[in-house]
Design a protein around this ligand. Structure first.
Ligand SMILES: *Cc1c(COP(=O)(O)O)cnc(C)c1O
Length: 355
């Protein structure tokens, strides 16, 4: 692929590396590529980050024909920059695109585009402890037409932003509320796809929970409202009676997280029995009551792991591991972040170097 690079003449202000707010400071450049039916993907280019000129009629704005990804570039102690399992993100976006009738971005082009953009903006990959460059690929429908059909034109865009430590004050377990009324996704729907529509559907319940002092909601399945699916925008895992349990992906309403997949592999290797299956909310509450619920945590690229210290269900609070981060949660965090920042060897081939 021949990527045309136009460098900025007006470099943007970089944030204070010790205090970077998430997702607000964008780096100097973005990658763009266009698609037209019959022509395929064309005009790959890296240009200064800035506004796009689009008609208000474009289909993505009305019918949410859009998919995105999220991954990070990490700076190692010796100054190299590396990615964590980017081919997993690329493959996942292909599955999201298939569901949303969006043409797939060929995997080799996609990886080349990420690497080229990160290399152009390599000075934007911060080096303070636990900081990284967040990479946000996005594909959206651009037919300027108010008729419901799959668009014939698309834009694929990649933007990046430096992000600070997710846990500047140490890892503190969060309080979550079990959501018994609203649902995020349903069987046969778009739950497995990483798309804006799923997030729009989750905002109302999250806002209400936030007003009551909870940092996330724990979603139940959309059919019976009985089985645990995800926590906020993270996958969720529990240690119950020495075994690890996490919701199965079979329903299609759980997002197949890459952190989840990595954690399952590591835990299995460490000798834990890992069960990917349906977990009824009653089973979780019973385990919390009889003391066999030992640990609970969410997994996702942003936080890696996020320990759950308390769950709220039917007007009752249940404290997990005395509200402290548990040893398995801690070991997962240390191992995955160790590999990402190059502090620990990567025997799995998860790391892809950029420069
Ligand atoms: C992105 C995402 C996750 C986590 O996936 P990772 O690949 O681990 O970052 C989990 N749930 C939802 C709904 C997501 O959008």
């Amino acid at each position: 692929m021949d990527i045309k690079i136009t460098k900025t003449t007006a470099p943007r202000q970089k944030p204070d590396p010790n205090n970077i707010p998430f997702g607000t400071f964008f780096s100097d450049h973005m990658f763009l590529m266009d698609y037209a039916k019959g022509k395929g993907w064309y005009d790959p280019r890296i240009v200064p980050y800035g506004p796009l000129s689009l008609e208000p009629s474009i289909m993505a704005l009305h019918y949410a024909q859009e998919a995105f990804e999220g991954l990070k570039a990490y700076r190692t102690a010796d100054g190299h920059i590396q990615l964590f399992r980017p081919t997993e993100n690329i493959a996942r976006m292909a599955r999201s695109c298939e569901k949303l009738c969006i043409p797939e971005v060929p995997a080799d082009m996609y990886l080349e585009a990420i690497k080229a953009l990160v290399e152009v903006d390599k000075d934007w990959v911060p080096s303070a402890p636990d900081t990284s460059l967040y990479i946000r690929p996005l594909v959206f429908a651009t037919d300027p037409q108010l008729g419901v059909h799959a668009s014939h034109t698309y834009i694929f865009c990649i933007m990046t932003c430096p992000v600070g430590s997710y846990y500047p004050e140490g890892i503190n377990p969060v309080r979550i509320a079990i959501e018994g009324r609203e649902v995020r996704a349903v069987r046969g729907g778009t739950g497995f796809a990483k798309c804006g529509g799923n997030y729009a559907a989750s905002l109302h319940a999250s806002e209400l929970a936030g007003e009551k002092g909870f940092s996330q909601v724990l979603w139940l399945d959309g059919v019976e409202q009985r089985y645990i699916e995800e926590v906020g925008s993270m996958n969720v895992m529990f240690k119950i009676g020495g075994k690890i349990v996490t919701p199965s992906l079979a329903s299609g309403s759980v997002l197949p997280g890459i952190t989840r997949k990595s954690a399952v592999q590591l835990l299995t290797e460490w000798g834990y029995e890992v069960q990917e299956r349906n977990i009824a909310i009653d089973e979780l509450i019973a385990a919390a009551e009889d003391g066999t619920l030992e640990e609970a945590w969410g997994t996702g690229t942003a936080a890696v792991v996020s320990p759950i210290g308390e769950i709220f269900y039917h007007d009752k609070d249940y404290t997990i591991n005395a509200g402290q981060i548990g040893p398995v949660t801690r070991k997962l965090y240390d191992t995955i972040t160790g590999i990402q920042w190059g502090k620990t060897a990567d025997p799995y081939g998860w790391i892809v170097p950029v420069v």
